[in-house]
Design a protein around this ligand. Structure first.
Ligand SMILES: C[S@@+](CC[C@H](N)C(=O)[O-])C[C@H]1O[C@@H](n2cnc3c(N)ncnc32)[C@H](O)[C@@H]1O
Length: 275
């Protein structure tokens, strides 16, 4: 199997900018130390819900189109950072087999259950990409949705995506860091300015620096709210901001109204695989 990972050239200046830009999102030590709950992380139900919605909508997004046109009938899709499967479940058909990689066992279980309901063959691999890549066989198309802002070392991560795709890699990310919508709340609650980079364009620059011939396209995606009720949203935001329930009234006043659908600039990036 050609699962061996060639890290390729780098890291060059764009890769260093990506890494240092992401490091700028670290929560200041004093604020993190006083956090009543761990600030990062999501309840797994959010990703299962997201996958169900992606399947029901099967939106004609650039990510969907660019993946479908590269999957042969009966083909295989590898979904890295699969979550509940929102990036790959809507590719069935033409895909007839899905392989999900994720660090989280509960997320993989949600993905497996959704794939069973859809009646598609599936396999789950638990581990961190690219460390786990040598255990994973190449696929026709590799998709990776909403993961890159978690990845400081983008070069080996992307090289492993490339070496596992026979036809194409399709990455989807938000135009800006996924928590950048909370920047005004950080300023209001803690008085600190949060970063405004890196952006999707910075990721494209890293991939270009690796010698990959990448194409990209932007679109607006309705952004999933964190939490089913206003109280859930306030609680999740309070957790992200590292404060306790004593700040709920302020957070409630700062969060946009529930009936305003939020859209987010979203970017599809695709390039040829080398498997
Ligand atoms: C924001 S979620 C996106 C899930 C799904 N792709 C979607 O679009 O709904 C990011 C997922 O990537 C996983 N993840 C993050 N870094 C990873 C890595 N290095 N290797 C494997 N999974 C990773 C997380 O566990 C999480 O399930």
């Amino acid at each position: 199997m050609s699962g061996a990972v060639d890290p390729g050239p780098g890291p060059g200046p764009a890769a260093e900018r990506w890494r240092s830009g992401l490091a700028g999102w670290a929560i200041p030590d004093d604020i993190a130390a006083a956090a009543p709950e761990p600030p990062w992380g999501f309840p797994p139900a959010i990703f299962a819900e997201r996958a169900e919605r992606a399947l029901a909508e099967r939106s004609d997004s650039p990510s969907q189109r660019r993946a479908v046109e590269a999957v042969p009938d009966g083909g295989t899709v590898l979904d890295v950072g699969v979550g509940g499967g929102a990036g790959s479940l809507p590719l069935v058909p033409p895909a007839a087999r899905l392989v999900g990689v994720d660090e989280g066992a509960d997320l993989l279980a949600a993905f497996a259950a959704a794939a069973d309901r859809l009646g598609v063959a599936h396999q789950e691999v638990q581990g961190s990409w690219p460390a786990v890549a040598p255990e994973v066989a190449p696929a026709d198309v590799v998709v990776c949705h909403h993961v890159l802002y978690n990845v400081a070392d983008l070069v080996p991560f992307a090289a492993a995506l490339t070496s596992h795709a026979r036809n194409r890699v399709v990455v989807e990310i938000s135009g800006d860091h996924p928590t950048s919508n909370l920047n005004p709340l950080w300023l209001a609650i803690h008085g600190i300015e949060r970063p405004t980079s890196p952006t999707a364009e910075d990721a494209v620059a890293v991939l270009g620096e690796m010698g990959l011939a990448v194409a990209h396209d932007s679109f607006e995606r309705v952004w999933q709210r964190l939490g089913a009720s206003r109280a859930d949203r306030v609680a999740m935001t309070r957790r992200r901001l590292c404060v306790g329930p004593d700040r709920d009234a302020e957070i409630d006043a700062l969060l946009e109204p529930d009936d305003e659908a939020q859209t987010r600039r979203t970017v599809t990036i695709w390039w040829d695989g080398s498997a």
